[in-house]
Design a protein around this ligand. Structure first.
Ligand code: ATP
Length: 617
């Protein structure tokens, strides 16, 4: 069913996205993750830690940033590090309200400058008198030597006043919101702070320890949010330290490199009262330090992000707003026309890969919006139009999609797939590589007399993975039932042609069944047909994923018909350029698959009669 532009944009009245109001606060901009937004709001009030698990680009870091906006900025503090005359290797730490830190450092600097000036004044006067006196005594040479020595001694031996000036370790002056620190992939020094190496260490040229102290992300996130994506990639030691920092809300800074002079320095504990927002996919959860995970569970919220949202009028309107949001955020690209927005929403439907849903992998969708904007700019257009979006979709292809294109090109060169004529035991199956690219996957079946005395075997090749292997076994059960032949007399060879990446999933089941039946019965298969579908052991065709991408691959390969499961028919969302370029046949039983793919002949007629009589039993 082709939907109108009005329907696609949720019947929202607007000419261009210029008219769409974009909420100011980040938390109000988040789309389709209502449960996460609610938890973040609560966590911000109660100062709880949060774990966000889900697919990339669904808004995890956006939620963490939004949380920082919700935290009270009145509580923000500056952190200063002072020299410690009693123990120079343990600099002192003090906190003051935000903005005060710089004032204190400036006051110390001025004081130090005044003292230095007074000292210099005294030195110059002294030098002057020594030279004057030596001149009067006719000992000018000795006078100059003495003056230089006194000057040098005073300059380099007396402690410099500026060494007492504290260092502003964390400066929160003039902040609009509480800090948001993204420590994804940070090494220990960046995360927990560091003390720089001092090559001089002594003799008057050394830099005082407190000046060499550098804050870590945990300290800069004090009274704000510390965001760590893929938290499992932190070493166990770092996760342990993070746990300590979480519990104590203060963590001393020490030199991270053992061989550096910084390792001798260890500050007093530095405040780090942050809220941790840990993120990642399910692997991140399993690779996490159990104590850290249980801390978050015990004192916070664990949230699973949505990948899709229901395709309702309200949610379509939210996507319209999303387009406007991305334009405002980018700040460079032109606004979209109504038709162009509709095309984006169509893409959101397609990318959901699920009937009646819209994708929430919004970063990818944002990528198309920006590319379309760039194309419009390069063409000097005032607005982004449907044409720009269509072009952007072609350019903004994922690596998998680009790989699939190359794959198809190469296969065409070598005639790995045939798109016309009739062949026994050969079927054009369809598969998805990565998450978004369809390919034609030829499957060949060959039957040979059993080599083993006991029973025939099923030999499947083409780097099949677990589920695909099981599918082959299930299919052979159906074939036995349909054909009624004693399969123990045969070896069945099934080859997945040219699969370099390995095959996973059971969506090739109907293709395997058709290839094997064709080979066993000697009935030719129409090579202009492609197919995808799972199969129950009773012969029902079951739904599969990625139908739209698979159909697009079939079109690109030049095939005429495609057989898909009936349950998947609403998942088909072809671009206007692909619409009506292939005949789509939706089926629910294996006999329908055979009817549409096998070449008409007496044997086929008998086979179908037998199958249908089996069905009706
Ligand atoms: N739910 C959402 N609502 C609005 N915009 C979103 C949403 N999800 C993603 N975006 C857009 O995509 C961009 C990237 O999202 P974000 O960085 O939050 O994803 P993520 O889940 O943290 O991904 P990753 O784990 O790969 O870092 C955002 O800056 C925003 O423009």
């Amino acid at each position: 069913m082709v939907e109108s532009v009005d329907e696609l944009v949720g019947n929202l009245k607007f000419e261009t996205t210029k008219e769409i109001k974009v909420p100011e606060r980040l938390i109000d901009q988040i789309i389709g993750q209502d449960h996460a937004v609610e938890a973040i709001r609560k966590a911000a009030v109660q100062k709880r830690h949060v774990m966000l698990i889900g697919s990339p680009g669904t808004g995890k870091s956006m939620l963490a940033k939004a949380m920082a906006e919700l935290l009270p900025k009145e509580e923000l503090e500056d952190i200063l590090v002072y020299p410690n005359p009693e123990d120079p290797n343990q600099p002192r730490i003090r906190t003051v309200p935000a903005g005060k830190g710089k004032e204190i450092v400036d006051a110390y600097k001025q004081e130090a400058m005044k003292k230095e000036q007074a000292r210099n004044m005294f030195l110059f006067t002294l030098v002057f008198f020594i030279i004057a006196y030596s001149f009067l005594q006719n000992q000018i040479l000795w006078g100059i030597i003495a003056a230089v020595m006194i000057f040098m001694l005073a300059r380099y031996m007396l402690p410099r006043e500026e060494k007492n000036v504290p260092k502003l370790l964390v400066n929160n002056a003039g902040r609009e919101t509480a800090p948001f620190e993204d420590a994804t992939g940070a090494h220990a020094g960046a995360l927990f702070g560091d003390v720089r190496h001092d090559p001089f260490q002594s003799g008057g040229l050394e830099t005082p320890a407190h000046e060499r102290v550098e804050a870590g992300a945990i300290h800069r996130a004090h009274k704000g949010v510390l965001y760590i994506d893929e938290i499992n990639t932190l070493t166990i030691e770092s996760q342990q330290k993070l746990l300590t920092a979480l519990q104590e809300k203060r963590f001393p800074i020490t030199g991270q490199s053992e061989r550096s002079s910084g390792a001798m320095v260890r500050t007093e504990p530095v405040p780090c009262d942050f809220i941790l927002v840990a993120a990642g996919n399910l692997d991140a959860l399993y690779g996490m330090h159990p104590a850290l995970r249980s801390r978050i569970r015990g004192y916070g919220y664990e949230i699973y992000m949505n990948d899709t949202m229901e395709d309702t009028e309200e949610n379509r309107r939210k996507l319209v707003r999303f387009v406007a949001q991305e334009i405002v955020r980018d700040g460079k690209i032109p606004h979209f026309t109504r038709d162009a927005v509709a095309e984006i929403i169509k893409e959101a439907k397609k990318r959901a890969g699920r009937r009646g849903h819209l994708t929430l992998r919004l970063r990818e969708l944002g990528g198309i919006i920006r590319t379309a904007g760039d194309i419009a700019i390069s063409e000097g257009s005032e607005y982004v139009t449907v044409d720009h979006v269509l072009k952007a979709k072609k350019i903004a292809k994922s690596i998998e999609e680009q790989l699939a294109d190359k794959y198809i090109e190469r296969r065409k060169d070598y005639r790995l797939f045939i798109t016309e004529g009739m062949t026994v035991g050969r079927v054009n199956g369809l598969a998805v590589i990565g998450e978004s690219a369809g390919i034609v996957l030829p499957i060949i079946a060959e039957i040979t007399p059993a080599m083993s005395k006991e029973e025939g075997r099923i030999i499947a090749t083409g780097r099949l993975q677990e589920i695909a292997r099981e599918a082959v076994i299930n299919v052979s059960a159906i074939v036995k039932k349909i054909i009624g032949k004693d399969m123990s007399n045969y070896d069945v060879h099934i080859q997945f042609v040219g699969t370099y990446e390995g095959v996973e999933g059971d969506s090739a089941s109907i293709s395997i069944a058709t290839a094997v039946i064709s080979a066993l019965e000697g009935i030719e298969v129409d090579q202009s047909v492609a197919m995808t579908g799972s199969l129950s052991v009773k012969g029902d065709v079951l739904p599969v994923g990625g139908v739209t991408q698979k159909i697009e691959a079939a079109i690109q390969a030049g095939l005429k018909k495609v057989i898909i499961p009936k349950d998947n028919i609403d998942d088909v969302l072809l671009d206007s350029e692909h619409e009506n370029r292939i005949e789509i046949i939706a089926v629910s039983r294996i006999d329908e698959v055979l009817e549409h793919s096998l070449v008409d002949c007496e044997k086929k007629k008998k086979l179908l009669e037998k199958l249908r009589s089996l069905n009706s039993v």
